[in-house]
Design a binder for this molecule. Structure first.
Ligand SMILES: Cc1cc2nc3c(=O)[nH]c(=O)nc-3n(C[C@H](O)[C@H](O)[C@H](O)COP(=O)(O)OP(=O)(O)OC[C@H]3O[C@@H](n4cnc5c(N)ncnc54)[C@H](O)[C@@H]3O)c2cc1C
Length: 474
């Protein structure tokens, strides 16, 4: 089954209200961000994009939405990366559906490896779950980030052990978990929440080595949410994104029962850490698609506003555009390299190269505010002070607003307004603030990329080069 956008929206209606936002308990109708996930369904029906947005299930041979696919080859990784870039351009930011499938790919590898070492049955369970996922075109999210309490203390050292999600009881038919996951993007719009560990775990941290999936409205799951929307505009200057938004949740597991068939790790601490790392790796590979898309958006917007401002041939504008192109294509190129240099896990899943993924994510993160800086520099201050669209259309002051917005001859006041309103939305709004923080911390704080790079890279080999060139023999 490949859902249409309308079918996805319809499917949310039957989910129970467990969303706590702005003093209300809400269901899932009209939440900010719904349109983005609808688009991920629609794109799988778009004939021109189906070569990217669909895949053949390795389990059933059926054609499925690529957001439900376990990568089997280098080509799969390349297609996912390109799909992400194409889709993220259409929504001007996060495409919202990679977290869930990145977690599923990591689980495909780790459940298999854990079974080889511990004689567990996680992989078969997970395969059954994957069948359900693919047959129903499930929209999933990943809850990795524990709230973590005192950052320098390990899970078992916290004053309150619930600050990392943990198993509090094992029963014949399942487990009971308690804890919370912060920053859970689009969780209220997901059919399923996949929870996995956040960090390496020591042998005494068995209760925290847990991975499972539950429906988003499962008993005891409470989604404490916060969302942002672009400002609505009057019809005269509306854009495809007016009024649209995104949503995050503090996902609380308030003594939640999880049946064994949905438990994919329970106590095998060494695999808890590996699962955390592998999800981050797949997610950073996803970033090699969405971050270049963000740069594409900034680049195109910078070029447009430079033209409207009449400064498109100025040397500083040309230099800035070259900077933006360099960031976008280096990150994208590293993603391609990560796919080309990928390897096959014993489970059959394709794993992107660690160094190329992390170098890409690091480069994207380091440059994020620089890219916004470029846009602000070329746009001028108007995005911060632009009159609201109601005043643009006002019978009393509308004509005056239009007169004083004028820039390059021949560009209509409507187009000038739309251009600056978009820059205001994209770089100077509550949505923009969320995207900027996500650009820094999403997929792990910057230091995590350094740790992954240094943990994998062969610095010793480079030292040998230096010794050879210096003539040192020891
Ligand atoms: C908008 C947004 C959406 C996100 N969506 C998701 C999602 O859908 N799913 C998901 O699982 N995660 C998501 N993330 C979470 C993201 O992966 C985390 O924000 C990231 O891992 C950082 O964790 P933190 O926010 O708790 O920051 P912290 O870990 O508190 O980082 C703050 C600072 O403390 C430092 N620090 C932390 N621990 C230590 C330590 N032990 N020793 C020394 N320094 C330390 C960090 O390096 C950093 O400089 C999202 C984040 C954002 C901002």
């Amino acid at each position: 089954m490949i859902r249409t956008g309308a079918e996805y929206r319809e499917s949310l209606k039957s989910m129970k209200p467990n969303i706590y936002m702005g003093g209300e308990i809400l269901g899932r109708e009209n939440l900010p961000g719904t349109e983005i996930l609808e688009l991920t369904c629609e794109l799988a029906h778009n004939k021109e994009l189906q070569h990217l947005t669909t895949a053949k299930s390795h389990l059933t041979g059926e054609t499925i939405n690529r957001f439900c696919h376990i990568h089997q080859s280098e080509e799969d990784l390349l297609a996912k990366q390109e799909m992400t870039r194409v889709a993220a351009r259409m929504v001007g930011g996060c495409i919202a559906r990679c977290m869930g499938i990145d977690a599923m790919n990591a689980l495909s590898v780790i459940t298999y490896q854990c079974d080889q070492v511990h004689g567990t049955e996680y992989h078969q369970r997970w395969l059954e779950y994957l069948k359900y996922w693919q047959a129903n075109d499930i929209v999933g999210c990943c809850a990795q980030s524990d709230v973590k309490g005192h950052r320098k203390r390990r899970p078992h050292e916290q004053t309150d052990p619930d600050l990392y999600l943990r198993v509090i009881e094992k029963k014949k038919d399942g487990i009971v978990v308690r804890g919370a996951k912060a920053h859970n993007s689009f969780a209220p719009l997901a059919h399923e929440i996949i929870a996995i560990p956040t960090r390496f775990l020591t042998p005494e941290e068995g209760p925290w080595a847990v991975a499972f999936a539950v429906p988003g409205d499962w008993p005891g799951v409470k989604l404490v949410c916060r969302g942002a929307r672009y400002r609505d505009r009057v019809q005269e200057v509306a854009s495809p994104l007016s009024g649209k938004g995104e949503i995050e949740s503090l996902t609380i597991f308030d003594d939640v029962f999880v049946p064994w068939e949905r438990v994919f790790l329970c106590g095998e601490t060494e695999f808890g850490g590996q699962l955390a790392l592998l999800f981050a790796l797949y997610h950073r590979h996803s970033y090699t698609g969405c971050k270049p898309a963000m740069s594409d958006v900034i680049m195109g917007t910078t070029a447009l506003v430079a033209e409207y401002n009449g400064i498109e041939r100025e040397p500083h504008v040309r230099h800035n555009l070259a900077e933006l192109i360099s960031v976008a294509e280096l990150v994208y190129g590293c993603g391609i390299a990560a796919a080309v240099k990928s390897s096959k896990a014993p489970s059959g899943t394709q794993i992107p190269d660690v160094v190329f993924c992390n170098v890409a994510r690091k480069h994207a993160g380091v440059n994020l505010y620089h890219e916004y800086d470029i846009l602000a520099e070329v746009a001028g201050g108007l995005p911060a002070t632009l009159p609201y669209s109601e005043e643009f259309a006002s019978p009393e002051v509308g004509e005056l607003v239009k007169k004083y917005l004028a820039r390059k001859d021949g560009v209509s006041p409507e187009n000038i307004y739309k251009c600056f309103a978009w820059i205001s939305d994209f770089s100077c709004s509550s949505m923009a603030g969320v995207m900027q923080y996500a650009g820094v911390h999403g997929g792990g704080s910057p230091i995590m990329e350094d740790i992954a790079i240094l943990g994998t890279y062969n610095i010793e080999e480079k030292k040998q080069i230096a010794k050879f060139l210096a003539g040192i023999e020891d």
